[in-house]
Design a binder for this molecule. Structure first.
Ligand code: FMN
Length: 245
């Protein structure tokens, strides 16, 4: 778990890939094996994937694209974010660069009756291409996303490095009495088309929940998680509550 936690500080979104480096068959095999082990956020949502060469998609970067397909059940976007962020962190540990690529399109809109959700661009990288000083990456101040921190400064600090669509960081956290309430704000300024915001920001929230849980576990804080019914209350959509034990 320590190794995975440390990848929070190493990972970054790869925008430039060194095309002279190639993934080996063994690395591709490990990717497939890792995907089988990803922990879902929600049980019983069917998720499938396909690794294709980049030129089979509109993606202009990476050697391969991992196309993710899912059943469209309640919380399926949170589930995709939560699951595949585990892969992002794992791939950083193997010096494989990744970029969540919401803009990417594929002609294969369906796979085994499941709908295409999002792709990740992948490619082998040099260790030196990963993030060197995470403190330098652009993120909101904790006070903008957390209300009350109550001794969870480290958790608030670490989780702010979660990747998100256009770096929107749509998570909002209310921390009170050993309880964390996680929301998605709908008050987002971004270049994303407005009608796409709930879709991509829900994936972002799934990614954030994974970062949050990893940071809590690393700091020996046990929790119970409850996913909530999404309802819009004054720009804040409830996502989950964590009871800290
Ligand atoms: C769901 C999702 C979709 C994304 N889509 C794109 C994309 O289409 N193009 C792109 O260049 N980056 C994309 N990103 C990467 C974000 O811009 C990036 O995570 C954010 O700017 C923070 O930077 P970092 O990941 O290097 O920490 C996406 C990230 C997420 C989580």
């Amino acid at each position: 778990m320590d190794k995975e936690y440390n990848m929070i500080f190493k990972r970054k979104s790869f925008r430039k890939f060194n095309d002279s480096l190639k993934l080996t068959n063994e690395e591709l095999h490990h990717i497939n094996e890792k995907i089988k082990e990803l922990i879902p956020l929600v049980e019983n949502i069917e998720v499938k994937y396909k690794v294709v060469r980049r030129d089979e998609t509109t993606c202009k970067r990476g050697e391969y694209c991992l196309l993710i397909y899912s059943e469209e059940k309640e919380n399926y976007l949170l589930n995709v974010g939560y699951m595949f962020e585990q892969l992002d962190l794992y791939l950083a540990s193997k010096d494989i660069g990744v970029c969540w690529y919401g803009m990417g399109k594929t002609e294969e809109a369906e796979y085994k009756n499941l709908k295409f959700v999002i792709m990740l661009a992948l490619g082998k990288a040099e260790p030196s291409e990963f993030r060197k000083d995470y403190r330098k990456c652009k993120r909101k101040e904790i006070g903008e996303t957390w209300s009350g921190v109550n001794g969870l400064e480290t958790i608030a600090e670490v989780t702010k490095y979660a990747p998100s669509t256009c770096n929107t960081q749509p998570w909002r956290v209310i921390c009170e009495n050993n309880k964390l309430k996680i929301y998605r704000t709908t008050n987002i300024k971004s270049i994303m088309p407005k009608d796409k915001v709930p879709f991509y920001n829900s994936i972002d929230l799934g990614i954030f929940l994974y970062f949050l849980e990893l940071a809590l576990l690393y700091n020996h804080i046990s929790f119970q998680r409850f996913l909530l019914k999404e309802e819009n209350k004054a720009n804040l959509i409830p996502i989950a509550t964590y009871n800290l034990l």
